[in-house]
Design a protein around this ligand. Structure first.
Ligand code: 5GP
Ligand code: ZN
Length: 119
C-alpha cells in the first residue's frame, strides 16, 4: 500500500487541480467526476479521489470514506445521466487489468447494453 504523496506529474491530479481541462459532471469535497476523453459507452465518466492514490485498494486502505464516496458519487452520476436501467462500475488495476493512469479512478459506463464478460 502506498500512502498519498505529492504527484506533480499525475494527469488526474492536474484535472482535479483545474490545470488540465475536463468536463466535470459532479464534484464533492473528496471526489471529482469528469467525462472520459475516449468514451466507450454513451455515458463514460471517471470518478477520482481528490487525493492521489494509485489503486482503489490504496484509497480504501488510507481513506476508506473516500472509497465509499467514489461509489456514492458514481450513483449520483448515474442519476444525472439517466441510467435508470443500470450501469457498470470498473476499477482497472495494474497493467494486466488495463490501468493506464496511475491515479485511482472508477469508470461509470452506461447508456447501452454492456456485454459480459468484458474484453
Ligand atoms: P484506465 O485505462 O487507466 O483504467 O483508464 C484511464 C482512462 O482515462 C481512459 O479511459 C482514458 O480514455 C482516460 N483519459 C486519458 N487521458 C485523459 C484526459 O486527458 N482527459 C480525460 N477526461 N480522460 C482521459
Ligand atoms: Zn494523481
Amino acid at each position: 500500500m502506498n500512502a498519498p504523496e505529492p504527484a506533480a506529474d499525475c494527469l488526474f491530479c492536474k484535472i482535479v487541480a483545474g490545470d488540465i481541462p475536463a468536463e466535470i459532471v459532479h464534484a464533492t469535497d473528496t471526489v471529482v467526476a469528469f467525462r472520459d476523453v475516449n468514451p466507450q459507452a454513451p455515458t463514460h465518466v471517471l470518478v477520482v479521489p481528490r487525493s492521489h492514490y494509485e489503486t482503489a485498494a490504496d484509497v480504501a486502505h488510507w481513506e476508506p470514506s473516500a472509497a465509499a464516496d467514489l461509489v456514492i458519487a458514481a450513483a449520483a452520476v448515474a442519476v444525472k445521466e439517466g441510467l435508470g436501467e443500470g450501469y457498470r462500475l470498473v476499477f482497472n488495476t495494474g497493467p494486466a487489468g488495463g490501468q493506464v493512469v496511475p491515479h485511482a479512478h472508477l469508470h461509470v459506463l452506461g447508456g447501452r447494453a454492456l456485454g459480459w464478460p468484458p474484453g
